[in-house]
Ligand binder design. Structure first.
Ligand code: NI
Ligand code: MN
Length: 228
């Protein structure tokens, strides 16, 4: 049984069947909805960063340094991390994946901004992505920050649990996220990237109503876990 815990926004900890701890898009200390802080995280094996915006990346380097976790992201973000003293890294790019100890992780396309938080010169600006994880007996899709994409149709039938942004304003809103569910046909969908701040305030029940019949919608509170 894998355990997926939401920390608000797009930050999740995945404890895999193989016993590895994988964190997506660490944003804890300045995340008003997070249930934990960087100081609370003791063990982490991998950190997956979808893109460089502060609300997905801000705590990634401190957590990687603290825990020794391997940071996986685009070539440019990994380069920025190396410039900032991180050694345990693995670069990927959109459409490419690699087998890691917890399973296969592939970067999926996302349509969004590519600026990297802390990169004053813009030298590491990159293409944002998402994640498709293929682990023994189960698959997971973390969409990152993105608009609705036709490319999501390529994931049809390949996703057990989909983590989709519903906040609108900077990403898909509930209507387009429900469209994404039509494209992907996941078994379960968990909404993310909403109600962290006023501009992305959403009622996840409205999203649940839109998705009705297409997939099971699991609405988490920060600190809640979903087992699959
Ligand atoms: Ni973003
Ligand atoms: Mn974001």
């Amino acid at each position: 049984m894998a355990r997926l815990t939401w920390h608000g926004h797009s930050t999740f900890t995945l404890e895999t069947d193989s016993g590895h701890r994988v964190m997506f898009d660490p944003f804890l200390d300045e995340n008003p909805k997070s249930d934990i802080q960087v100081a609370d995280v003791q063990e982490l094996d991998f950190i997956l960063v979808s893109h460089g915006h502060f609300d997905h990346f801000q705590d990634a380097i401190p957590l990687a340094k603290k825990t020794g976790a391997t940071l996986i992201s685009t070539f440019e973000i990994v380069g920025f991390c190396q410039e900032n003293g991180l050694e345990n890294v693995h670069p990927l790019h959109i459409g490419g994946g690699n087998h890691f100890a917890f399973g296969y992780a592939k970067m999926t396309p996302a349509l969004h901004g590519g600026q990297v938080d802390g990169d004053e010169e813009g030298a590491f600006t990159t293409v944002p992505g998402g994640w498709w994880l293929d682990m023994p007996g189960k698959t997971l899709y973390h969409a990152g920050d993105t608009a609705l994409l036709m490319e999501m149709q390529l994931l049809k039938g390949k996703v057990d649990v989909a983590l989709l942004p519903i906040g609108d304003n900077f990403t898909m809103g509930p209507e387009d996220a429900a469209r994404a569910v039509e494209f992907i046909e996941p078994r379960v969908v968990i909404p993310m990237h909403y109600s962290t701040w006023e501009p992305i305030e959403q009622d996840p029940n409205e999203f649940r109503d839109r998705v009705a019949g297409l997939a099971e919608v699991v609405i988490l509170d920060p600190g809640d876990s979903y087992n699959f």
